[in-house]
Ligand binder design. Structure first.
Ligand code: HEC
Ligand code: HEC
Ligand code: HEC
Ligand code: HEC
Ligand code: HEC
Ligand code: HEC
Length: 448
């Protein structure tokens, strides 16, 4: 008889724990949503992953390629010269070596393949590279023959929830889901076993004594003061935890990724096409703000680039999509690509500002970019990989101050600093001074 009662209370406990798990998983999800501010762009370099090419060192090749060949070649799409990916299938190695060292000589020698390529590309002369030896060329080939990196789905920002969940690990939600599922099955099995046993008992004529009416669970709970105390503490802690989490992220817009009036991709411009940040954000070096380029700057190139090459399209964004975005630029500047004239009708593009400190904080780009020599990416993240820019750093006071504590100042070529440095490093007894020791923690430096 005892057993029967016991069994009942286990199934009730099971039911309770399932309910608890359900509510807990909802909570955890809610918490994750607020915590999921970091877009965590998978930075793991694809070159490193696919590195082990038999041709040579793709890392060294990339540098050579970018400095010597990138003006006319892109790895995966045609440019002034053909896309170089796949070139080792089209030609044998000796031919490529000869071609790169001196293509004009090869063409002049009457080589049929060389002449075919030359004619196909409108007889554009490719310069000779006598300075490259065979292993240099092999390194370049190793770089361009890497498989095309999969377009990184915009794994960022508030939109990219599905992609979240850090690299590799199984998602917490999946584990919780499985747990709930297993518990549900257990519950069903328990119920069935209970039923069968009862049937057996009935069949063999055993009468199961009626269970004495037990106290309703909530009453038992209220009467047990210890349980009440423990639950009260747990509830208070939980509320405190969530409230703290909520208030700490107020005003912190890490991961903020607004939709811009023109879908301008830093991945395509600063990444694939290697355009210098400062070509567009030219005032970052000399002034407080980095500035957003005016549309004239865009038109320097886009007078002649009215559509993207088919290889630029990704799974997510089609060529038509990109071409339409360039058309928006033409619309805004009043440029008519057919007649190649400006109509004079201009419509300003209202870019949505992403990084924005409150008015009471002072931040100066030139101090960091030119004086301290800090890379843009250190604060803004891998912009050159972002299809759409998002805020990479929290931009909180703690973030500024931590970096000032960790980063040494740069004294080379700065006479003023050399003197100050000598005095201060003696005072602190250190070789190198951090920005903090130079006064980077003084409230007045950052607050008006
Ligand atoms: C000034 C532009 C220019 C530069 C710089 C340049 N190339 Fe070329 N390359 C071309 C052109 C144009 C062609 C097409 C043939 C022609 O018209 O000469 C070509 C063709 C080639 C070919 C033959 C491709 C094929 O599919 O047949 C190879 C290989 C090649 N280039 C490698 C290189 C390498 C490696 C570098 C850097 C070290 C380089 N090129 C730098 C313009 C350039
Ligand atoms: C061809 C021009 C161009 C180049 C090159 C370029 N940018 Fe931009 N950048 C823009 C434009 C236009 C915007 C505004 C639209 C947007 O936010 O995407 C912008 C926005 C930004 C923003 C966000 C500004 C805000 O509102 O807070 C940052 C940060 C930024 N760029 C950094 C960089 C860095 C770092 C590089 C170099 C790796 C770079 N940019 C290269 C044109 C350029
Ligand atoms: C230094 C040359 C250069 C400058 C400056 C430049 N672009 Fe581009 N732009 C390109 C190239 C190259 C492509 C890609 C063509 C391809 O992939 O075939 C491109 C592609 C695009 C595209 C289609 C892909 C995408 O990003 O959505 C848009 C839209 C665009 N540019 C807008 C702009 C705007 C707006 C500016 C000014 C802030 C600008 N570009 C400045 C060279 C430039
Ligand atoms: C030490 C960190 C840091 C570095 C390095 C840095 N930025 Fe910024 N950037 C910021 C902060 C903070 C803001 C917000 C400034 C504000 O709201 O006053 C910002 C804002 C911007 C903006 C938008 C607003 C503006 O100032 O025009 C652009 C564009 C930008 N940065 C581009 C760049 C580029 C390009 C580089 C590299 C040459 C760079 N940043 C280097 C921290 C940095
Ligand atoms: C990536 C590291 C880094 C980050 C992040 C950073 N700083 Fe700095 N900051 C430096 C360094 C390094 C210096 C020293 C530059 C020098 O040599 O004068 C500096 C100097 C300064 C100075 C001048 C200090 C002085 O002694 O004159 C101010 C003001 C300043 N930073 C404000 C800020 C603010 C505001 C933020 C946050 C929005 C910020 N910094 C974020 C690295 C950083
Ligand atoms: C390196 C730059 C820097 C220094 C030094 C600095 N602050 Fe700040 N402070 C900031 C920035 C940036 C913010 C804005 C943070 C935000 O928007 O979340 C801020 C915000 C604040 C706030 C508003 C509360 C908050 O967190 O948003 C107060 C109060 C404050 N600072 C006080 C001080 C005092 C007091 C000192 C001197 C002990 C000081 N700060 C030194 C950069 C600095």
């Amino acid at each position: 008889m005892k057993k029967v009662i016991f069994r009942h209370s286990t199934s009730r406990q099971l039911l309770l724990s399932v309910a608890f798990l359900f509510s807990f998983s909802v909570f955890v999800q809610a918490q994750e949503q607020t915590a999921q501010d970091s877009p965590a762009p998978a930075e793991a370099s694809q070159e490193a992953a696919s590195g082990g090419s038999s041709l040579g060192d793709p890392g060294a090749g990339k540098e050579l390629f970018n400095s010597l060949c990138a003006a006319c070649h892109k790895p995966y799409s045609n440019s002034i010269g053909p896309a170089l990916n796949g070139v080792t299938d089209r030609h044998d190695m000796d031919w490529i070596h000869e071609w790169v060292k001196n293509s004009a000589a090869l063409i002049a020698s009457g080589d049929s393949k060389a002449n075919a390529v030359y004619n196909e590309w409108g007889q554009t002369a490719m310069p000779a590279f006598p300075q490259l030896n065979e292993s240099d060329i092999n390194n370049i080939l190793a770089y361009v023959e890497q498989p095309k990196p999969e377009p990184k789905a915009a794994s960022g920002g508030p939109a990219g929830e599905a992609g979240g969940q850090g690299a590799g690990g199984v998602s917490v939600n999946v584990i919780l889901g499985i747990l709930v599922f297993v518990l549900a099955i257990l519950l069903v099995v328990l119920f069935l076993v209970n039923k069968t046993l009862r049937n057996f008992a009935a069949a063999s004529g055993i009468t199961i004594p009626e269970k004495p009416k037990s106290k309703p669970i909530h009453k038992a709970f209220v009467e047990n003061q210890f349980l009440v105390l423990v639950s009260a503490v747990v509830v208070l802690l939980a509320v405190g935890y969530f409230a703290y989490g909520f208030f700490m992220q107020v005003g912190v817009d890490k991961g903020y990724q607004p939709i811009q009036p023109i879908h301008y991709s830093h991945r395509i411009h600063a990444g694939d096409n290697q355009i210098e940040c400062k070509y567009c954000h030219s005032s970052a070096r000399t002034s407080k703000t980095a500035g957003i380029p005016s549309l004239n700057v865009c038109m320097n190139c886009h007078k002649s680039i009215s559509e993207v090459s088919p290889e630029t399209a990704t799974e997510e964004y089609s060529k038509e999509f990109y071409d339409k975005e360039i058309a928006k630029l033409y619309d805004a500047t009043g440029w008519d690509p057919a007649t190649r004239t400006y109509s004079g009708e201009e419509k300003p593009v209202k870019w949505v500002r992403i990084h924005n400190l409150p008015d009471f904080a002072y931040f100066n780009h030139s101090q960091h970019v030119s004086v301290a020599g800090v890379e843009c990416q250190k604060c803004h993240g891998p912009i050159q990989e972002m299809e759409v820019v998002y805020q990479n750093a929290p931009l909180t006071m703690g973030w500024c101050v931590n970096c000032h504590r960790e980063t040494n100042i740069r004294i080379e070529g700065n006479e003023y600093y050399e003197k100050v440095h000598e005095e201060l490093s003696k005072k602190y007894g250190v070789e190198e001074l951090t920005a903090a020791q130079m006064g980077g923690l003084e409230c007045g430096k950052c607050h008006y």
